[in-house]
Write a protein that binds this ligand. Structure first.
Ligand SMILES: NC(=O)c1ccc[n+]([C@@H]2O[C@H](COP(=O)([O-])OP(=O)(O)OC[C@H]3O[C@@H](n4cnc5c(N)ncnc54)[C@H](O)[C@@H]3O)[C@@H](O)[C@H]2O)c1
Length: 237
């Protein structure tokens, strides 16, 4: 028996959207039938790669009107809320790039909308959970005889991209990965959080340190220092 491929709308066609486009194009189980980005050159560029897909310049128009079974959202962080809400309203299974939204209040509204819809519809793109090294760590931690962890320490450096985040964005966009991994590894909910941040005197380096305690008392530390432009220039020069 052959099964028709899932018809997917790919919304957001920048860096991550382009990566998702390549991945989806290689999956026989899926076909991109709609693409959307508010930046017309990106929509037009993607249209050349998937000429049979309907092209939209308004993501909500795409969600409401495209011929699709599911949606993948890879737009800028602060646009996820409205687009995900529209997807839930239409009952579309949705993969939303992290973070789900940029505020706890909006994320709660998404969870409540999904609960009201009566079925799980939204998955957030926490891809580390599928990374072989993280999976091996998870397996080891939960293997017989491993005991209960006391401390989970994570350090985030990113030498591959120039990050212009402020402290808040560093937490919502980057540290959210580490926070997700803490919950996933421990299988526990977070009971306490404290955060410290500082910026170097030249303004080029931001440091964010987060300390978490789980309900059962496991401590998590997360240290984020994005690679700064000046460090990069000094190294390459
Ligand atoms: N999972 C990961 O490790 C990972 C890595 C990088 C980025 N991301 C996430 O993926 C998302 C996209 O990041 P990116 O690096 O591709 O950014 P990007 O800036 O390259 O692309 C974002 C795209 O969204 C489009 N856009 C902005 N507002 C829009 C709107 N209202 N409707 C439709 N399109 C809109 C922009 O025109 C742009 O093409 C972000 O949420 C980011 O946090 C996840």
């Amino acid at each position: 028996m052959t099964v028709d491929p899932i018809r997917v709308a790919l919304i957001g066609l920048g860096g991550m959207g382009s990566t998702h486009l390549k991945i989806l194009a290689g999956l026989p189980q899926a076909t991109i039938t709609a693409i959307a980005d508010t930046h017309a050159p990106f929509t037009d560029r993607a249209a050349q790669l998937v000429p049979n897909a309907a092209a939209f310049y308004d993501p909500i128009d795409c969600v409401n009107n495209a011929d699709i079974d599911a949606a993948l959202i890879a737009t800028a962080d602060d646009t996820h809320f409205a687009i995900t809400q529209a997807c839930i309203k239409r009952g579309l299974p949705t993969l939303c790039e992290k973070p789900l939204t940029t505020t706890a209040h909006e994320s709660r509204q998404i969870v409540e909308a999904e609960q009201a819809a009566g079925q799980p519809l939204v998955q957030v793109g926490w891809m580390r959970r599928f990374d072989p090294d993280y999976l091996a760590l998870h397996h080891q931690l939960h293997a017989a005889g491993s005991g209960t962890p006391v401390l989970i320490s994570q350090r985030h450096r990113n030498p591959l991209s120039v990050i212009t985040f402020d402290q808040r964005e560093l937490i919502t966009s980057s540290a959210s990965h580490d926070i997700d991994i803490f919950r996933w590894l421990t299988g526990d909910e977070i009971a306490q959080v404290s955060t410290t941040s500082t910026t170097s005197s030249d303004g080029n380096t931001i440091l964010v340190v987060i300390t978490l305690t789980s309900q059962t008392g496991i401590v998590g530390t997360m240290e984020l220092v994005p690679w700064c432009q000046r460090c990069r220039s000094a190294k390459s020069g």
